[in-house]
Write a protein that binds this ligand. Structure first.
Ligand SMILES: Cc1cc2nc3c(=O)[nH]c(=O)nc-3n(C[C@H](O)[C@H](O)[C@H](O)COP(=O)(O)OP(=O)(O)OC[C@H]3O[C@@H](n4cnc5c(N)ncnc54)[C@H](O)[C@@H]3O)c2cc1C
Ligand SMILES: NC(=O)c1ccc[n+]([C@@H]2O[C@H](COP(=O)([O-])OP(=O)(O)OC[C@H]3O[C@@H](n4cnc5c(N)ncnc54)[C@H](OP(=O)(O)O)[C@@H]3O)[C@@H](O)[C@H]2O)c1
Length: 466
């Protein structure tokens, strides 16, 4: 990989008028990272924001369903304003990780006083069931990235059949169902839940996109089937049913004849496939509800049945990337159980459980701190709170008098990567090219679907064949 132009950075070309006296690297420019960067900049801290994707925004750009044009544009506007700050430098197309463009150790060795990790939850959470690698079995993450045009998923092929089981009953499941029902117009979508109707995690506005495709007779029958088990743990069956049906009055006019139904109290146990490894069924084990301290939990009953489907999509949340370079436990980066700088009692400090000590200068926030937790507003607040924790830590340190020198070394590092790095000025030009293309095509929210196209729009080249 090499670039074709002069893409070298020096602090002379990128020098800030007021560099600030503290220097922090924020890794990941999703909502948590962007708002953390803004918060730190508001304290006068110099922030270097490093992002894997060319475009900033994370799941606000590549997770939120593509037809929520106004919401996404509103967020982009806020992100543009954040990147306008003279205290914040942006470097897109740079992946941090043990075997990637830069490691955490390299970043620390350069002299950044703190590192805020806001890379989201990029690992793929599987249940470890037989058949997960069969053809026709997917994780929601890759599908969501595909239809929202995140390279390289944007150009990969995902062959979806006619009868689809979606595992999990959160809002991601409904986004996937929305795509299957309103875009692909498949024959049947079955939402598979290990617990009951009172434990669904989705919200009414998301249900409204697909509510009118519900097979109401099947829903009635399913409620009759699971009602005794709900009542046994004191649940109000009518209330749970009313919630699911409450979206009907605001339901969008159907555009397909897709049959949408639920299988409750059904825990996936394996994928069933043919000799070529192509899935043709999802085996589920019946469960019942067991009351506990909090919400009732699912207890397996040992009886199994097969749902005849040709596609299975797991929508069960995400986990952090095991190879990022921070210790991981239970799908999340480990946090210091006794934080030095808690905010509202929450620890934002990375921790090494083997050494039983905090990891020097390393903080986490957003979905990197708590995977798959909450909406953009929650990630934003978490980024800001994490930034407050970093700021408290910085107060314990002397200010730096060689910020420009450290940045210069960092820029040299980037230059040695031999790949195009996207600065905020580059990103502004890509953004403007996308807006111009939206106008030219008479469509809202156009975006380039490959890194090559984004870079070509600003005269950079990603790969040159020799
Ligand atoms: C399918 C889906 C739909 C959603 N829809 C909505 C919605 O409609 N409304 C709503 O309010 N919320 C929605 N959310 C939730 C919202 O997107 C998240 O709360 C929020 O984006 C999390 O922010 P974050 O910054 O922690 O992580 P992310 O948004 O995941 O951002 C992570 C950033 O880190 C970068 N990164 C990753 N790895 C590396 C690395 N190794 N090195 C450098 N950079 C890296 C990525 O490029 C990315 O920019 C949705 C979530 C999903 C999954
Ligand atoms: N449009 C929107 O506003 C929107 C869209 C997408 C996402 N989001 C937000 O993003 C966050 C993440 O959403 P999400 O849908 O990924 O997560 P979620 O709301 O936590 O739902 C995950 C689902 O997967 C199930 N699940 C988890 N582990 C399982 C296992 N081992 N076996 C079987 N089922 C399992 C859960 O069941 P249990 O309850 O039994 O664990 C739950 O039904 C949420 O805050 C959500 O609101 C918002």
């Amino acid at each position: 990989m090499r670039d074709d132009g002069d893409q070298r950075f020096t602090s002379a070309t990128l020098a800030l008028n007021n560099p600030g006296n503290y220097l922090v690297a924020v890794i990941g420019a999703g909502p948590a990272g962007l708002f953390a960067a803004r918060q730190l900049a508001s304290f006068g801290v110099s922030v270097v924001l490093i992002n894997r994707d060319i475009a900033p925004g994370g799941l606000a750009e590549y997770g939120i369903f593509f037809d929520k044009v106004k919401m996404k544009e509103g967020l982009r506007k806020q992100f543009r304003q954040i990147l306008d700050s003279p205290h914040i430098e942006y470097y897109g197309n740079v992946t941090v990780g043990q075997k990637n463009d830069l490691s955490l150790a390299e970043i620390r060795a350069l002299g950044f006083q703190a590192v805020m990790v806001t890379v989201g939850a990029q690992g793929t959470k599987w249940l470890g069931l037989p058949g997960e690698n069969m053809t026709g079995v997917f994780h929601s993450k890759e599908i969501v990235y595909h239809y929202n045009l995140l390279p390289p998923f944007s150009t990969q092929t995902f062959t979806i059949g006619n009868r689809v089981a979606v595992v999990g009953v959160g809002n991601v499941m409904l986004d996937i169902a929305h795509w299957l029902i309103r875009e692909l117009k498949v024959g049947e979508v079955i939402a598979v839940a290990r617990r009951g109707p009172a434990e669904v995690k989705f919200t009414k506005p998301e249900m409204a996109f697909v509510a009118c495709n519900l097979d109401l007779a099947a829903l009635d029958a399913e409620f009759v089937r699971v009602a005794p088990m709900m009542r046994a743990v004191g649940q109000d069956v009518d209330l749970a049913k009313a919630f699911i049906l409450s979206a009907l009055s605001k339901g969008l006019e159907p555009v397909s004849t897709t049959r949408f139904r639920f299988e409750f109290l059904a825990s996936p146990s394996r994928m069933v496939g043919d000799e070529r490894g192509v899935v043709h069924g999802l085996e589920v084990e019946d469960t019942t509800l067991v009351a506990g301290d909090g919400e009732p939990q699912a207890k397996r009953l040992g009886t199994k049945r097969i749902l005849p489907v040709d596609t299975v999509i797991f929508c069960i949340g995400d986990k952090v990337d095991d190879n990022f370079g921070l210790p991981v436990r239970r799908n999340e980066f480990v946090k210091n159980p006794q934080p030095r700088f808690p905010i509202d009692g929450i620890s934002y400090e990375a921790f090494d459980p083997d050494m039983n000590r905090a990891i020097d200068r390393m903080f986490v926030a957003g979905w990197s701190r708590e995977a798959s937790h909450g909406l953009v507003g929650v990630a934003r607040r978490d980024g800001e709170n994490g930034a407050d924790a970093v700021w408290q830590y910085l107060q314990t340190l002397p200010t730096l008098n060689n910020v420009a020198g450290i940045k210069d070394e960092f820029h040299q590092h980037l230059n040695q990567l031999g790949k195009p790095i996207v600065t905020k000025e580059d990103w502004q030009r890509i953004d403007q090219a996308e807006q111009a293309e939206s106008v030219r095509r008479g469509m809202e929210g156009f975006k380039f679907g490959t890194n090559e196209a984004m870079l070509a729009a600003i005269g950079k080249v990603l790969c040159v064949s020799r």
